[in-house]
Ligand binder design. Sequence first.
Ligand SMILES: Cc1ncc(COP(=O)(O)O)c(C=O)c1O
Length: 388
Amino acid sequence: MSETAARRDAELRARAEIDLAALRANVRALRERAPGSALMAVVKADGYGHGAAPCARAAVAAGATWLGTATPHEALALRADAGVPDDVRIMCWLWTPGGPWREAVEAGLDVSVSAPWALAEATEGARLAGRPALVQLKADTGLGRGGCQPGADWEDLVGGALRAEAEGLVRVTGLWSHFACADEPGHPSIAAQLARFHEMTAYAERQGVRPDVRHIANSPATLTLPEAHFDLVRPGIAMYGVSPSPEIGTPADLGLRPVMTLSAALALVKQVPGGHGVSYGHHYTTPGDTTLGLVPLGYADGVPRHASSTGPVLVDGKWRTVAGRIAMDQFVVDLGGDRPEPGAEAVLFGPGDRGEPTAEDWAQAAGTIGYEIVTRIGSRVPRVYVNE
Ligand SMILES: Cc1ncc(COP(=O)(O)O)c(C=O)c1O
């Protein structure tokens, strides 16, 4: 089968439609929230499941001047193939020993450094590449995950970076950190992290660091904490039109529009008698004579198995609920006697305009967060880009 035919076939089953006009509008809305700061579009994890390169291009078209990824491989792929101008800076932050430091320096990436081993490897990469590494020093201001601890560790790291800078092997381009609880407005850790960030950046600057950018704001901080915007904001989830948390608001409250719509074509509609067990384990039994619809998407496609018996789906204008277990490739909805044609559209989530559920509804049904819902949609589901 040709690639085109295979793709057409895959799209008959299911699709994740990606509305790039919505993404551009979200980026513009986020820039309005932080008018004095540059915007880094976070496109890690394949653009939170939306496709890194098309989302990167759309974000840049809407004014993002930086792109952010977790792994260096994600960043290198963007630099090589995303079709974004060379003056768009690309930063990556999740390094492990032995990583592609030389390639990153050659590609002009900004690399995050949290520890002496990473500074040593960045410096060696710079030696091999014959040009300075663009290094952003990451402070652990309280998240307790990546980043360098305050105090002696930070003093050592800053001192080492300045020595490497004096040798021409490094340019310290950024000082940065990440919040633990920005999605819980008023959480005491927010003010504590901001205070620590001020202290740690001030220390580095007193020692002679002259960063291009200082940054700490993810989506919730971009949306709710102007005092955290500094020189650059780093939103991810909000750009895709998904709320960081119910406490922050719905996408509509935040002036954001969901970018992904996940839908499938019903593979079967059939009449069954009452008392009929449905799907593995028979966790659902038909309450009476009814019709069942088969949705050809399962946990291998990223539909969370935890949403068995709870996930919502719009079929023929009505909300239905997953009946019983979600299997690897398929699940069933009870259509209550309705008989849509096979092939009728089942919408799992989207912006909500047509009455369909949202990613937040699925997050609630599965006991997780909207981030996980969109990010996990699998590679078997074709992404269909609209409004490019
Ligand atoms: C370091 C860093 N910055 C920014 C983001 C973007 O966060 P959010 O998607 O909440 O905006 C992430 C995502 O987890 C991250 O790891």
